[in-house]
Ligand binder design. Structure first.
Ligand SMILES: NC(=O)c1ccc[n+]([C@@H]2O[C@H](COP(=O)([O-])OP(=O)(O)OC[C@H]3O[C@@H](n4cnc5c(N)ncnc54)[C@H](O)[C@@H]3O)[C@@H](O)[C@H]2O)c1
Length: 394
């Protein structure tokens, strides 16, 4: 088999500093016989030179449309909007068009127009043999969410009005600096509260939840003051008064159906002046979902305005919600490292999957034809692509 050239494209989404490949995973792929082209990208957390040093070839920013059709193009986020040109390459990325999201027909239609050479392997749907995602950003979403929650709490205790509002937050060069910064705020939080702060995490056994718990521990919250809830603890049905007793509540559940609210305007009002809760971090961010179990806010917040006030608070301290839907961007280096390392075993099997696709390029396959070899992750993703293309209006 000729060596496969994998093409790492730039990211064009604002504030996106993460990368699907890192210098370390690129090196491992090169050691395994790949060649790698890396587009110059000033917004990527890793310097272009770091990739060059491990043997990658640098290419101009955003030049992938001119790459050979045999080169799979790997990236993370959506391609720039308002472009309907056909996509004849194989793309590995999060395309956000398989759940009939707004504009999905136009997005997926670009691959259909790029057939027979086109293919989309959507990173959100790459699954191992047990149906679990091979790579996801959840852990660092929870870790970063808990950090933003602690930062918002630090601002809100002992201050009022706009002075109590957390301002713009910027990505941290590494996890250690973020932890150190929040640790530095802990004694002020304790002094102003007159006790140790308390956190409650729901979905604590999942990826995001584990990240949130790990952050609170690293920042200096005492283990006894971090309530870790999952299905067993919420089985009795909300709203839960325990949430209002914590200072920060982080929601990390994977919502699949309608469940009783965890917290509501009524439960907040009922707690009156006895409420401790000041900050809710909704990592799950089911903001516009009618089944959102946190029906106390209605917008997604952003890195430049991380919190939104909970309206209608009459007693107790002011309360805010953090509902940022791209939290891992706070820690682009570690988030990219973890994601890319998890993706690596699958990437190593990509040449095999592509070689087997070559002779029947453009012909739909079924998931049942994916086989059992390690490369089946790509074949199942290919079958999914075909099933989604079939949903497009003719
Ligand atoms: N805001 C962001 O930047 C960001 C980034 C990544 C993921 N997410 C979102 O975070 C959510 C969680 O993702 P994940 O990868 O951690 O999922 P996961 O499947 O790994 O974990 C979800 C956890 O929630 C628990 N859970 C589900 N329903 C529950 C309930 N009713 N009560 C208590 N626990 C419950 C599950 O048992 C599981 O432990 C998803 O909605 C995902 O889209 C957000």
């Amino acid at each position: 088999m000729a060596p496969l050239n994998l093409w790492l494209r730039c990211e064009t989404k604002e504030f996106e500093h993460r990368s699907a490949l890192t210098p370390s995973t690129a090196k491992k792929l090169i050691d395994a016989g790949f060649t790698i082209t890396v587009e110059r990208d000033p917004q990527r957390i890793f310097d272009d030179a770091e990739f060059e040093q491990v043997g990658c070839t640098l290419a101009e920013h955003n030049s992938w449309p001119n790459a050979p059709l045999s080169d799979p193009i790997i990236g993370l986020k959506e391609l720039p909007p308002n472009d309907t040109s056909p996509l004849p390459h194989t793309h590995i990325m999060f395309a956000h068009c398989y759940k009939q999201q707004g504009g999905w027909e136009e997005v997926l239609g670009r691959w259909k127009a790029g057939l027979p050479t086109a293919m989309l392997y959507d990173l959100e749907f790459l699954q191992d043999e047990r149906g679990r995602r091979v790579a996801a950003f959840g852990y660092h979403a929870g870790f970063a969410g808990a950090a933003v929650g602690a930062l918002a709490l630090a601002k809100q205790v002992g201050s009022e009005g706009e002075a109590a509002r957390l301002g713009e937050i910027k990505p941290y060069p590494n996890e250690g600096e973020l932890i150190k910064y929040v640790q530095g705020q802990m004694s002020a939080i304790e002094a102003k509260l007159g006790r140790k702060p308390r956190a409650l995490v729901i979905g604590a056994l999942g990826r995001c939840g584990r990240g949130a718990v790990d952050f609170f521990k690293a920042a200096g919250f005492e283990d006894d003051n971090i309530a870790k809830w999952d299905m067993a603890e919420t089985a009795k049905g909300g709203p839960f008064s325990e949430i209002l007793e914590a200072d920060v509540f982080v929601n990390c559940i994977y919502l699949t159906s309608k469940i009783p609210s965890f917290i509501s305007p009524e439960s907040i009002a009922a707690a009156g002046a006895s409420r401790n809760l000041r900050v809710v971090v909704d990592v799950s961010c089911d903001t516009t979902n009618p089944n959102n179990p946190i029906p106390i806010y209605s917008i997604n917040t952003t890195f430049d305005k991380p919190t939104v006030d909970v309206a209608g608070i009459k007693e107790g301290p002011p309360m805010t919600v953090v509902s940022i839907d791209h939290l891992p961007t706070l820690l682009p280096r570690e988030a990219s490292d973890a994601f890319s390392n998890d993706l690596l075993p699958s990437l190593l099997t990509l040449p095999q999957a592509l070689a087997e696709r070559e002779p029947r390029q453009g012909k739909p396959v079924q998931a049942s034809e994916a086989g059992t070899g390690p490369e089946r992750v790509w074949k199942e993703a290919e079958a999914l692509f075909w099933s989604k293309v079939a949903e497009l209006p003719q």
